[in-house]
Design a binder for this molecule. Sequence first.
Ligand code: ZN
Length: 604
Amino acid sequence: MLSPVDEIKNKLDIIELISGYIKLQKAGRNWRANCPFHSEKTPSFMVSPERQIWHCFGCGKGGDVFSFVKEIEGLDFTGALRLLAQRTGVTLKKQDPKIKSEKEKLYEICELSAKFFSKQLAASGAGAKINKYLQARGINNESISQWRLGFAPDDWRALSDFLRSRGYKDQEIIASGVVVEKEIGAENKDQRQKYYDRFRNRIIFPIFDINGQIVGFAGRVAPGEKEDTAKYINTPQTMIYDKSRLLYGLNWAKTEIRKQDFVVLVEGNTDVIMAQQHDFLNTVASSGTALTADHLKIIKRFTNNLILAFDMDAAGDMATKRAIDLTIESGFNVKIIPFAKEKKEKIDPADILKSDPKKWGKIINSATGIIEFYFSSVLAKYDPTEVGGKKEIARIILPLLKKIPDAIERNHWIQKLSERIKTSEKILTDAIKNIVLPKEFKKNQVAEFSNSAKKIKNRLANLEEEIIGLLITAPDEKIIKEINSANIEFINPQLKEIFNELGGYLIKNPAGDEADFKKWKSKLLPELNLLIEQILFKLEIQRSDIDNFNNHLHNCIKEFKKEKTRYQMVALKIEINECEKNENKEKLAKHLKKFNQLASRMNE
Ligand SMILES: [Zn+2]
């Protein structure tokens, strides 16, 4: 019997799938397009109908139908599997019925609760007041129904009674986070007393995950309610609601973020709704927590450009500072929309959008680079011609510059700063070197130092793929032996596995024909097969001019050995640097000796 993955692959043609997202053009046996995953003017995104795979020769991404959907929809494998199963009508077996059904129950409870809340908004007297309030804030009926806004009545058990009447168990209702468990000791004979509704007399904003399923809720205090209650409360972290990864509005924003190649990050749910209502679809917010590194990783799937529309009056606020630091460290191009700088009163994006949506567009267009923003605000505050002012400016700006991962960009700003405060670049560079950042930043420093190691590693990865590809195109037992005796260690364990399998096959079938070879290949693990297809596809496109496979293969092997030595040398250099810093003389001598050995091998 076929696995669901194979069944989907049988039913779904890759050309049909991809052309549903982007415009493909025929190019010989293949199809091509401008890559949807990086910006380019000449198309280097290729799709092979024969192999049922895609590959971008610009950014290196590639794979099968699943990896395409993962990439373009921003899903994990399970999400992609679900989506494609639905599309092709393939039923998925439940892998772990217990966990699956537990999660499914939570989705059901959230969905049902959302229906309950929106009914309260539409049909109750108190709900009517809330509706008026939402309209007054500028949220129209379409948005209310799209975002499924609701109202939680002022009652301790309205929702939980409703859920129980629908047959859900206490444990399930508690696990969904819509109720608050009473503390131990407060137990009562009456089951109903075990917990109470979390949201009472609040405007409800359902929280959607990236697939548009409701996973939790945010409740805003109803207008006119006493000020001592928290303005917003949220469902706690649950099995289906991971706050550190969830971005409010991303389910609708993702396609537009990729298309426009930037995202606007706002602070409040209402800001997101109002922005999207006025066609600024690439707007999202973190929900129930400050911005995390995981949020940024998710955004990175769609774009590298980020505009922060944060309340900069709160720039002293640690959460905002941390958010700014995080975006800089993650290598985003960050711009900022500073609010309420001149006026005392706080202005929200939602307010601007309500009164003048066009103005919001202008504000987005005039967002300033984050470092520029710091430059101008600090320079406005301190006098760059006085010693004290210079020191203050450097004290604030330099740690920020140290966090910029890209050396060229960092240098650009050092030059600027040097001009502005009339201090030499050398002094500033030295000062940056001496700044000690908290531990978490040190990792990045090493990463940057080993950048050249990374580049060599990439070359090695390409070379070893090519070696395997050539071997598979023209299998040769002699070369297998040669590689074995030359002690070439493949870096990618999957390639090593393919190489070993291929060696075993060639020894058994020295005179095997194409049919034998196909049979051998079909017995490999599916992921190895996919990798082989990709390698062959790359070879077909990039190396269609090779006339002597053997010769070319020998050159690749030679090159591989050379690059590997180079790689070891760079790795050693990092070690040597570390030893010099720690004054570890013994280790240093050992490393230097090894380094010299490698260097002389290179010269040979
Ligand atoms: Zn690409």
